[in-house]
Design a protein around this ligand. Structure first.
Ligand SMILES: [Zn+2]
Length: 418
């Protein structure tokens, strides 16, 4: 396929170049050439009215929770979980998770996200939805034992079974991760065994970390140390580790994080909504971004997340330099790819990278006038992309989902009394 005369290409390459009036040749799902006057015997698409950006990467989701949008809006994390979320999740089954995740993939694709890092139940069904929509994803079966020693072994065995199922799919776009829920819900035994499982299969660990003050105080009371110190002592940071939220850190913890390759996933909307606090993002070397679930956000639109994220840093530090516009865009593209260890495959538009690309109409009202594309993308654009491709195949074409009937799915889900 040839994307002909792309008006602008936001490459996110090392120099953060924005190219004008170039062609992008895609062969076998990868970008094989970027230049002028390229030709192809395959499909040629006129992009003279298009801005091309790398597919965005959402590093923290619970996709199936798209079933729960709007069920609880005015409670803190503990009340929200105990009163409104966990009782509903107890009624979940695989088919519901499949449908909820499918709905989430539609929402992500229609707002320019091509890859997500998910933590939830019924991982096999989540994978089935990702296969249907053709999204790239990392999936983990969430683990918690609530300090009940009798449960730990079985939880690890179940998680290992889910890993094997995902590996057996042999779908290059779908990869397993290890996802202990948090230090609030996992015993030291479960944490240790999940670390060993991550080592055994050489997989990333994705967990909630330092989200609330209560989590810090409980950990200090019960274990005599703060959550990040505990995880560091257990060797978590030697693995590929991505911690969601990362709000309550002291200076020692920030130093530890900055001396490791671990990434913190900034979830500004969810954290503000649940009044959990503000991630000290400006002080962290390795930062990516996520939405969390729609039950605490209430959408999966990374354009909205970027804007809120950069503004919140500036409010937090009362300083315009607290975070640059470019850095928040990096967190949703190349730095998201680095966090998940796929920076050689996606996250920027460069030769040999996979063609996970998002097309935006140049005459979209939110993109004009065009003094600065990155500025428009972060502060103005509402996410109404025109087309999305993953591995060089269109998954959104002219603002419509390609691989399934979204209206039918919405109709089905609205008739559920969940
Ligand atoms: Zn979460």
């Amino acid at each position: 396929m040839l994307l002909k005369n792309c008006r602008f290409i936001v490459t996110q390459n090392e120099k953060r170049e924005i190219l004008e009036n170039k062609d992008v040749l895609i062969e076998n799902g990868r970008i094989s050439e970027i230049g002028n006057n390229l030709s192809s015997k395959e499909e040629i698409i006129d992009c003279s009215n298009k801005i091309i950006i790398p597919g965005l990467i959402n590093c923290h989701t619970h996709a199936a929770m798209n079933l729960l949008r709007g069920v609880s809006d005015d409670k803190n994390l503990q009340e929200w979980l105990n009163e409104d979320i966990w009782p509903r999740e107890a009624k979940l089954n695989g088919e519901l998770c499949y449908q909820g995740t499918l709905l989430a993939t539609a929402e992500m694709l229609l707002t320019g996200t091509t890859c997500f890092n998910d933590m939830y139940f019924y991982t096999g069904d989540v994978a089935r939805a990702a296969e249907k929509s053709r999204m790239r994803c990392f999936l983990g079966q969430v683990m918690f034992d609530f300090f009940d020693k009798d449960k730990t072994r079985k939880i690890i065995e179940d998680s290992e079974m889910e890993i094997k199922k995902i590996l057996e799919l042999k779908n290059e776009r779908i990869k397993p991760t290890i996802t202990p829920h948090s230090v609030e819900t996992c015993s030291d035994d479960l944490l240790t065994q999940s670390r060993d499982l991550a080592n055994k299969y050489n997989l990333p660990i994705h967990m909630h970390l330092s989200e609330t003050e209560k989590e810090i105080n409980d950990c200090l009371d019960n274990r005599g140390k703060r959550p990040l110190i505990l995880l560091n002592e257990l060797g978590f940071l030697k693995n590929k580790f991505v911690g969601a939220h990362g709000i309550h850190f002291n200076e020692e913890e920030i130093n530890i994080l900055n001396q490791n390759n671990s990434f913190i996933i900034y979830n500004p909307c969810s954290n503000a909504k649940l009044a959990s606090g503000i991630c000290p993002a400006r002080e962290l070397n390795n930062l990516c971004i996520g939405t969390d679930s729609v039950a605490s956000n209430n959408n999966l639109n990374l354009f909205e997340e970027m804007k809120f994220g950069v503004l919140l840093q500036r409010v937090n530090y009362n300083e315009v330099n607290a975070m640059s516009t470019q850095r928040i865009f990096d967190s949703a593209t190349i730095d998201g790819a680095r966090a998940l260890g796929i920076e050689n495959e996606v996250g920027s538009i460069e030769i040999n990278k996979k063609a996970d690309l998002v097309l935006i109409d140049k005459d979209n009202i939110f993109m004009n006038p065009n003094y600065n594309i990155i500025s428009n993308l972060v502060y103005s654009f509402n996410g109404t992309v025109s087309d999305v491709m993953i591995d060089g195949s269109f998954v959104v074409r002219n603002k419509e989902i390609v691989n399934f009937d979204l209206r039918e799915l919405i109709g089905k889900l609205n008739s559920l009394n969940f």
